[in-house]
Design a protein around this ligand. Structure first.
Ligand SMILES: Cc1ncc(COP(=O)(O)O)c(C=O)c1O
Length: 400
């Protein structure tokens, strides 16, 4: 294929060779350069939560681009202040710091815990994180990520991260010592294979943090922004973290990240202690405002819960029909994972041939991340393709 050769000639090979050249998106669909249409159950990995080219998103980004795209954080930016106010309204009393990506948001959480750990007689720097978690590719966020798949070649990384088993509170409790300063977890592990942190686990983590003066940090980069049927995934558990990382879906396709910090911790960062050129630019904030407007107007949070339940039940029925291929279905809302008996790559390519885009995750998991604007008919269409593709894969295995 022409595009692959050209791609490989000019782009560094840090991603696997691409199977498609994507040129256009509309609603729940993407088109490749050959004119073939695909139902997009990746949403750019939990980014385009409004689907592609949502008219409200286009309108707001276009009109902001005509007024002011960027002016730096040397100045107060009204769209940024208003966005911070809206996020605080959805999360709770606190303040916001803007950045550009999920990794960068987690870097800010790590730096926040450094500042928190520097207040007593001894400096505390250890952060407990969940095994199988994923927090990003920058060196700090990578240090918080256990998998050798991401770490290989980049060690030595930042010291002080201790990996404990998700949903095993005693594992976290036993790892706490005099140097521990924070606990960082995802409410649903996205890259790690759609493992859900249970309500009782998160409630236990909250108590451990209170008892030991640790910061309770949530990484909501993938599970956040209405995807799981709550604005942020942990909100179902009723816990109150000290700080939260967000990105991906917040801009609906325009890069923006943010951390929310609980009111009593907001003075840890002081003027000059942290910053980034592009964080919370007027243009990025206009995209996020459009995302929040549509989430509110179209009640996408309730839709994610309702349609996610339907999709989950239907896939559970498929699991009964294809026990040789499906071991388990996990997740919440429109963030679902199908644990397969084999690596997901073959199924991903059959699905693609049949017009459905999905993405793999760790532990032989197929990840389904449709836009939150998806219709019932489009979900039925995806289920048909999934059924057809599982049958085709089964045939292939019987007659190799
Ligand atoms: C939970 C989580 N945290 C952080 C990141 C890193 O985000 P980014 O790729 O925007 O740096 C990701 C990306 O997949 C993620 O899923």
């Amino acid at each position: 294929m022409d595009f692959i050769l050209k791609h490989q000639s000019f782009l560094i090979g840090n991603y696997a060779s691409p199977a498609l050249e994507i040129v256009r998106g509309q609603g729940s669909y993407l088109w490749d350069s050959q004119g073939k249409k695909y139902l997009d159950f990746t949403s750019g990995i939990a980014v385009t939560n409004l689907g592609h080219s949502h008219p409200e998103w286009i309108k707001q980004v276009q009109s902001q681009a005509e007024v002011l795209a960027h002016c730096s954080n040397l100045y107060s930016i009204p769209e940024q202040v208003r966005l911070a106010e809206r996020l605080v309204g959805k999360i709770g009393p606190g303040k916001i710091l803007f950045c550009n990506s999920g990794a960068e948001a987690n870097e800010a959480l790590i730096k926040l815990s450094r500042l928190h750990g520097d207040q007593g007689e001894t400096k505390r720097t250890k952060i407990l994180v969940a095994k199988n978690g994923f927090h990003g590719r920058t060196l700090g966020a990578l240090s918080a990520t256990e998998s050798s798949k991401y770490r290989n070649g980049f060690e030595p990384l930042l010291p002080g991260f201790v990996f404990c088993k998700l949903n095993e509170l005693s594992d976290f409790e036993n790892a706490i010592d005099d140097e521990t300063v924070a606990i960082l977890v995802e409410s649903i592990q996205g890259e790690g294979g759609l493992h859900v942190a249970s309500d009782s686990f998160l409630q236990g983590i909250e108590k451990l943090c209170q008892k030991n003066n640790l910061l309770f940090l949530m990484d909501e980069v993938q599970a956040g922004i209405a995807r799981t049927g709550e604005f942020l995934g942990f909100q179902k558990s009723g816990v109150k973290p000290d700080a939260i990382a967000m990105a991906k879906g917040l801009g609906g396709g325009f890069p923006i990240g943010a951390i929310w910090v609980e009111d009593s911790r907001t003075t840890l960062f002081t003027p000059g202690s942290h910053g980034t050129t592009f964080g919370g630019s007027p243009l990025a904030c206009s995209a996020a405002h459009a995302v929040l407007d549509v989430i509110e107007k179209e009640d996408l949070t309730a839709r994610a819960k309702h349609l996610g339940n339907f999709l989950l039940q239907e896939i559970q029925q498929l699991a009964e029909k294809f026990p040789q291929q499906i071991l388990e279905v996990r997740g919440r809302g429109l963030m679902l994972g199908i644990q397969l008996t084999d690596e997901p790559s073959e199924l991903v390519s059959i699905l693609r041939e049949n017009g459905l885009l999905a993405v793999g995750a760790a532990g032989q998991t197929l990840r389904l991340l449709p836009p939150l604007t998806i219709s019932q008919d489009e979900i039925e269409e995806a289920l048909n393709i999934l059924r057809l593709s599982l049958s085709a894969l089964e045939q292939k295995k019987i007659v190799p």
